[in-house]
Design a protein around this ligand. Structure first.
Ligand SMILES: Cc1cc2nc3c(=O)[nH]c(=O)nc-3n(C[C@H](O)[C@H](O)[C@H](O)COP(=O)(O)OP(=O)(O)OC[C@H]3O[C@@H](n4cnc5c(N)ncnc54)[C@H](O)[C@@H]3O)c2cc1C
Ligand SMILES: *[C@@H]1O[C@H](CO)[C@@H](O)[C@H](O)[C@H]1NC(C)=O
Ligand SMILES: *[C@@H]1O[C@H](CO)[C@@H](O)[C@H](O)[C@H]1NC(C)=O
Ligand SMILES: *[C@@H]1O[C@H](CO)[C@@H](O)[C@H](O)[C@H]1NC(C)=O
Ligand SMILES: *[C@@H]1O[C@H](CO)[C@@H](O)[C@H](O)[C@H]1NC(C)=O
Ligand SMILES: *[C@@H]1O[C@H](CO)[C@@H](O)[C@H](O)[C@H]1NC(C)=O
Ligand SMILES: *[C@@H]1O[C@H](CO)[C@@H](O)[C@H](O)[C@H]1NC(C)=O
Ligand SMILES: *[C@@H]1O[C@H](CO)[C@@H](O)[C@H](O)[C@H]1NC(C)=O
Ligand SMILES: *[C@@H]1O[C@H](CO)[C@@H](O)[C@H](O)[C@H]1NC(C)=O
Length: 519
C-alpha cells in the first residue's frame, strides 16, 4: 500500500501521534506487517472465489486470512453416528441448486447428492399422523398470488411490505390453526429462516424466483463423504499449491484500519497485514456483533445497512437410531409436525435413511429456525434431546420409537466466526439500504452472501459477489488509478427506482425480471 508506516497512516487519518493510537499500544509495528496487494478476509465461498477471480486476472499477490483451521466457512461438515456406523453430515449449507451447478466449481457435479422431493411428505400433529395436505395446497395457491403481487411491486416501483401483509392480501390467514401455521412454516420459514412478518415480500420473492425459476427448481441434498466444501477446496486447488504461504489459517482478525489508500489488518496473534486493498467477507452476523473493530468507525450510512439487514439462524438437530429399528416410512423424505402450542416447534424431520440417500444409516434430523433456534442453541443437548424425543413419540407412537444411539447439533448463533446461518431481507428495506451494506469504504470492499441483491443467503450469492469484487479490484490495480467508489446512499427513500439503481451501478437489474415475468 502507499502508506509506508503506521505514523504516516495515523497522520493521514488525522490522528495525532502524541495521543497515541490504541493500535500502537498493542505493540504493532507497521514496518513488520506483511505487505500484500489484496488482503482477502475469510476463506469461505466468497473469499476463495475472489482469490480465484484475482488469479484469473493475473493478480496473484494476495493473502487470505481465515479464522478456522480449514477453508469452507459456512459450508462445513462433521462425522456423525455411533462408533462403527458414522457418516459425513453437513452442519451448514446442504443443497446444491442449479445456479450453483452452473456457476460454481465443477467438483460439485461429482458430489454424492440425492434429489429432494418436497412432495414426499407426511404430515402429523400431537396425536400422530394427520393429513393436512389440503392446507399445504391452499398455501401454495395463495403463494402464487404473493409472487405475482411481488412482481407488480417490483416493476411499478411500489412500496414493499412484509410477506405477512402480502399473504393476508392473498387471503392466506392461518390464524391460530397449528396445521395452517405448520403449512406456512414449511412454505416460508424453512427457506428464509425468518417468519413472514419479518421478511420482505418483494425481495423474498426476487430471491426465490432468481434461484429456482431462472435455472430449474432442482434442489439436490449433498451427502458426499468428502463434505460439501470439497467444491470450495477444488476451487482453491486451482490456484493455491499445497501449504501455499498465501493462505493464513487459524488467524483471527481483530482490527481493521482503512482509508482511500490502503487497509491494515491486525490479527489476534499479534501479526498484521498492510494491503493496498482488502475484501471483507465476514458474515453479516460478524459485522453486527462488533467483534472486529474498524478504524475509522463506519459512517452512519454503512452502519445503517449493517444493522438493517437480518442474520437468520437455521439449526439442524441430528439423530441416529438403531438402523434395524427405523420407525418412519423409508420411502418418505419429509415429516412435517404441527405443534399444538408453539409455531415452529421441531417442525420438520428429514430422513437420510431412504432410497438415494444414506440408506441403512438410521439418521433423521429435525430443523428449527429463528426464535426456536435461539432457544435450542442456548440449551444443553440433553434438554433438546428430551424435547425432540417427546415430539417423535407423539408423532409415531411411544412404543415404536427407541432411544437414539447418537445425537448432535451445531450452534450457529454462537459461532464467533459466523453469528448465525445466513441473511434475510427485512420488509420495507430498499435497494438503496442494501447497497449501503454492500458498498466499499475507500480501499475496503465487502463481499459475501449478504451483499448479493438477488441471491442473498445462498452459496451462489457468495460466489457472484466474490467474483464481482475480484473483477472490480483487478481493474483498479491494472489501471493504476484509484477505484471509483461503489455508490452509497446517505439519505434513504421509501423505494428505489430500478432505473436509478441500474444507471448508478452499471448493473442489469432488469435481470431480476427476466424469469419472473417471461420465464
Ligand atoms: C445451517 C445452514 C444451512 C444453509 N443451507 C444452505 C443451502 O442449502 N444452500 C445454500 O446455497 N446456502 C445455504 N447456506 C448458506 C451458505 O452456507 C452461505 O451463503 C455461504 O456459505 C456464505 O459464504 P460467504 O463466503 O459469504 O461467508 P462464510 O462462509 O461465512 O465465509 C466467511 C469466512 O470468514 C471467516 N471469518 C469470520 N470472522 C473472521 C475473523 N474475525 N477473522 C478471520 N476470519 C474470519 C469465517 O471463518 C469464514 O470462513 C446455509 C448456511 C447455514 C449456516
Ligand atoms: C519496527 O520494526 C523495525 C524492524 O524490526 C525496527 O527497525 C523499528 O525500530 C521498529 N519500530 C518500533 C517503533 O518499534
Ligand atoms: C476463473 O477462470 C476459470 C477458467 O476460465 C473459470 O472456470 C472460473 O469460473 C473463473 N473464476 C472466477 C471467480 O471468475
Ligand atoms: C457395530 O458394532 C456392533 C458391536 O460390535 C455390532 O453389533 C454391529 O453390527 C456393528 N455395526 C456395523 C454397521 O458394523
Ligand atoms: C415425489 O414424491 C411423490 C410422493 O411420494 C411421488 O408421487 C413422486 O413421484 C415423487 N417424485 C419423484 C420425481 O420421485
Ligand atoms: C416470480 O415468479 C412468478 C412466477 O413466474 C411471477 O408471477 C412473479 O411476477 C415473479 N415475481 C418477481 C418479483 O419476480
Ligand atoms: C481491536 O479489536 C478488539 C476486538 O476485536 C477490541 O476489543 C479492541 O478495543 C480493538 N482495539 C482497538 C485499538 O481498536
Ligand atoms: C410409505 O410411503 C410411500 C410413498 O409415499 C407410500 O406409498 C406408502 O403407502 C407409505 N407406507 C406407509 C406404511 O405409510
Ligand atoms: C489515490 O488517492 C490518494 C488519496 O486520495 C492520492 O494520494 C493518490 O495520489 C491517488 N492516486 C492516483 C493514481 O490517483
Amino acid at each position: 500500500m502507499q502508506v509506508k508506516s503506521l505514523t504516516a497512516f495515523l497522520a493521514f487519518l488525522g490522528l495525532n501521534c502524541a495521543k497515541a493510537s490504541p493500535f500502537s499500544k498493542r505493540g504493532y509495528n507497521a514496518t513488520t506487517c506483511k505487505k500484500t496487494s489484496v488482503a482477502i478476509l475469510g476463506a469461505g465461498t466468497a473469499g476463495i472465489t475472489a482469490a480465484q477471480g484475482l488469479t484469473n486476472n493475473s493478480v496473484t499477490d494476495f493473502l487470505i486470512v481465515e479464522y478456522n483451521g480449514d477453508i469452507g466457512g459456512r459450508v462445513a461438515h462433521t462425522t456423525f453416528g455411533a462408533p462403527n456406523q458414522s457418516y459425513t453430515v453437513e452442519l451448514g449449507a446442504n443443497w446444491v441448486s442449479d445456479p450453483q451447478l452452473n456457476n460454481l466449481d465443477r467438483t460439485l457435479s461429482f458430489c454424492a447428492t440425492g434429489a429432494s422431493n418436497y412432495s414426499s411428505l407426511e404430515t402429523f400433529n400431537q396425536d400422530g399422523a394427520n393429513d393436512f395436505t389440503d392446507l399445504i395446497n391452499e398455501f401454495e395457491t395463495d403463494y402464487s398470488t404473493l409472487e405475482q403481487d411481488a412482481g407488480y411491486i417490483l416493476t411499478e416501483n411500489l412500496q414493499d411490505r412484509s410477506t405477512r401483509s402480502g399473504l393476508s392480501l392473498a387471503r392466506w390467514k392461518p390464524g391460530k390453526n397449528p396445521e395452517a401455521q405448520a403449512s406456512e412454516w414449511w412454505g416460508w420459514d424453512f427457506e428464509y429462516a425468518y417468519p413472514p412478518e419479518l421478511s420482505s415480500q418483494e425481495f423474498g420473492i426476487v430471491n426465490y424466483n432468481t434461484t429456482f425459476y431462472q435455472y430449474s427448481d432442482a434442489n439436490n441434498y449433498v451427502f458426499d463423504s468428502r463434505g460439501f466444501n470439497a467444491f470450495i477446496k477444488g476451487t482453491a486447488a486451482t490456484f493455491l499449491k499445497p501449504n501455499d504461504p498465501r493462505l493464513l489459517l487459524n488467524t483471527i482478525v481483530t482490527n481493521i484500519s482503512y482509508s482511500d489508500t490502503g487497509v491494515t489488518v491486525y490479527n489476534q496473534d499479534g501479526s498484521c497485514i498492510d494491503a493496498d486493498y482488502a475484501i471483507c467477507t465476514f458474515s453479516l452476523g460478524v459485522l453486527q456483533n462488533d467483534v472486529v473493530t474498524f478504524d475509522p468507525e463506519f459512517p452512519s450510512w454503512k452502519q445503517m445497512g449493517i444493522e438493517t439487514f437480518q442474520m437468520g439462524t437455521y439449526t439442524k438437530v441430528f439423530l441416529q437410531f438403531p438402523p434395524d429399528q427405523v420407525f418412519w416410512n423409508k420411502s418418505t423424505q419429509f415429516f412435517l409436525y404441527a405443534d399444538p402450542v408453539e409455531r415452529g416447534y421441531y417442525p420438520i424431520f428429514q430422513s437420510l435413511d431412504g432410497p438415494g440417500f444414506l440408506e441403512g444409516s438410521g439418521i433423521n434430523f429435525v430443523t428449527v429456525v429463528d426464535q426456536q433456534s435461539y432457544r435450542v442453541e442456548s440449551q444443553d443437548d440433553e434438554t433438546t434431546k428430551a424435547q425432540v424425543m417427546a415430539v417423535l413419540r407423539d408423532m409415531f407412537g411411544a412404543e415404536n420409537v427407541p432411544d437414539p444411539i447418537a445425537f448432535m447439533y451445531p450452534r450457529w448463533s454462537l459461532e464467533p466466526w459466523a453469528f448465525g446461518s445466513y441473511s434475510n431481507w427485512p420488509p420495507g428495506t430498499t435497494l438503496e439500504m442494501h447497497q449501503n451494506l454492500r458498498a466499499n469504504l475507500g480501499r475496503l470492499f465487502f463481499a459475501g452472501e449478504a451483499t448479493s441483491t438477488e441471491y442473498y443467503g445462498f452459496l451462489h450469492g457468495a460466489f457472484f459477489e466474490g467474483q464481482a469484487v475480484a473483477e472490480e479490484i483487478a481493474d483498479c490495480i491494472k489501471k493504476r488509478t484509484n477505484c471509483s467508489s461503489e455508490i452509497n446512499y446517505q439519505e434513504l427513500h421509501g423505494t428505489t427506482p430500478l432505473s436509478e439503481y441500474d444507471a448508478a451501478n452499471g448493473w442489469d437489474v432488469s435481470s431480476f425480471l427476466t424469469y419472473g415475468f417471461y420465464g
